[in-house]
Ligand binder design. Structure first.
Ligand code: SF4
Length: 439
């Protein structure tokens, strides 16, 4: 049984998909984005991430930068801008780099009309050296049409992530995302038939009106459908920052301890069903590539969360997408109108960013190792007195041990992993409301 220490979970902490986190990104000068490409050599392994900030229907709980796809003209203009940006990035690369993986996320990539998506795939194939790239996509089961079934089979997509969240009809109604279990089953059968080898479900706990038993029933249904991976996230209710969440009745949310017990129950059920825990909120069947990566120490964290992607450079395409270069992070313009303007002018669209110092790299490596494996070496740079002071409450409760050379988390410290990792964050702000609670 996990031990509950509310005082250790009272501060909101980042998810650490990068370090420094996006909260530290600042406006950048023209040229900052292009300079990131200078370290890319002919055979540098690249990953591409393409962001589609549109959905057929907007869910009330969603914190993503996404809008309704109903206005076809707006979506068409965005796809044209993406096409221009692909051309600009390809020209900047000048043939350097080999694309190992391409991921489409959002939003909902399948909000794009099928014919426009096929053109996008052709554009990528012609612009980059990407012939043997592994393809992944996030799909909304509610708009998974027969045309999209053919695209998934043709591409082919090896990895697909489905937004499921919950199977409980009354919870679906409370979060503005109604999708019957039969619809998910049909989508799963179709994806398996199309050769999808790695299927992920995104599930949530801490939702309005959701009881422990609702969560358990959803997990039982999910286990029966046997996705290769399950991400079980805690719902972050931040209506002052995310206006669409104001449609959710905040008086019907589980409290902090109830959320903690839900996360624990999810962990126990998924582990009992044969899933291996990956970091603090992911689970994978033992023969899935992410479980294998975790077992042999190759698990990493990037802007898409836990990953087994080992590419040196991640290039983000589309509004808000983030690129990770050897020495810097760059985030594309978030405002879709301004993004279209920059891309249409043939410019790189990076608007925010940060250079990584040596200290950032050291701290980032420790944070990543804690989250991925529960153990991190200090590589000759043991924590300073300030960091040790922040760690002490966790040490006092037996959740981790801190030596001269490494930090090691105990088995039952999983729910505290983000909070422990945050002790190494030199940028932590008293203004913690920007982040979600650690569990
Ligand atoms: S479909 Fe996904 S990205 Fe779109 S609004 Fe719903 S949760 Fe957000």
């Amino acid at each position: 049984m996990w031990r509950y220490y509310p005082e250790l979970l009272s501060s909101a902490v980042p998810r650490y998909t990068s370090y420094p986190t996006a909260a530290e990104f600042r406006p950048v000068e023209a040229g900052f984005h292009a300079e990131g490409f200078s370290g890319i050599a002919a055979e540098t392994a690249l990953s591409l991430y393409l962001h589609i900030p549109y959905c057929d229907a907007i869910c009330w709980y969603c914190g993503c930068n996404t809008g309704a796809a109903g206005h076809r003209q707006r979506l068409g203009a965005y796809m044209q801008a993406l096409d221009r940006e692909i051309g600009t990035v390809a020209r900047t690369l000048q043939g350097r780099g080999r694309v190992r993986s391409i991921a489409f996320g959002g939003g909902s990539p399948n909000a794009v009309p099928p014919i426009a998506f096929v053109r996008l795939l052709e554009r990528l194939t012609l612009a980059f050296r990407a012939l043997d790239a592994e393809m992944a996509i996030e799909l909304d089961p509610r708009s998974y049409t027969p045309e999209w079934e053919r695209i998934v089979a043709m591409a082919p997509f090896r990895r697909v992530s489905l937004g499921v969240q919950t199977f409980a009809p009354h919870v679906q109604a409370a979060i503005g995302r109604v999708q019957p279990l039969d619809e998910i089953k049909r989508t799963v059968d179709s994806l398996r038939g199309a050769g999808v080898r790695s299927l992920n479900f995104d599930l949530m706990y801490g939702l309005p009106e959701q009881t422990d038993d609702d969560l358990a029933a959803t997990l039982e249904d999910a286990i029966r459908l046997a996705p290769d991976r399950i991400a079980l996230f805690g719902y972050a209710h931040l209506p002052s920052r995310i206006p669409r969440q104001r449609r959710i009745d905040g008086t019907h949310l589980p409290g902090a301890e109830a959320r903690f017990r839900m996360a624990e129950r999810g962990y126990e059920m998924l582990v009992a069903a044969g899933y291996q825990p990956i970091g603090f909120d992911h689970f994978a069947l033992p023969d899935d590539s992410m479980a294998r990566a975790a077992a042999n120490g190759r698990l990493r964290r990037n802007f898409q969360g836990f990953t087994d992607d080992e590419s040196a450079v991640l290039l983000g395409l589309g509004a808000t997408a983030i690129s990770s270069f050897s020495d810097r992070f760059v985030q594309n313009e978030k405002n879709v109108g301004r993004y279209r303007g920059l891309a249409g002018d043939g410019k790189l669209t990076g608007a925010l960013g940060v250079c990584r110092t040596d200290d950032d790299r050291r701290r980032g490596a420790i944070i990543e190792a804690i989250l991925c494996g529960g153990w991190a070496p200090f590589e000759g740079h043991p924590p300073d007195a300030d960091t040790r002071g922040r760690l002490q409450p966790f040490v006092d409760r037996g959740l981790c041990s801190v030596g001269e050379n490494a930090i090691s988390l105990k088995d039952d410290a999983l729910p505290y992993a983000r909070a422990i990792a945050a002790c190494f964050d030199a940028y932590r702000h008293p203004d913690a409301q920007r982040f979600s609670s650690a569990i």
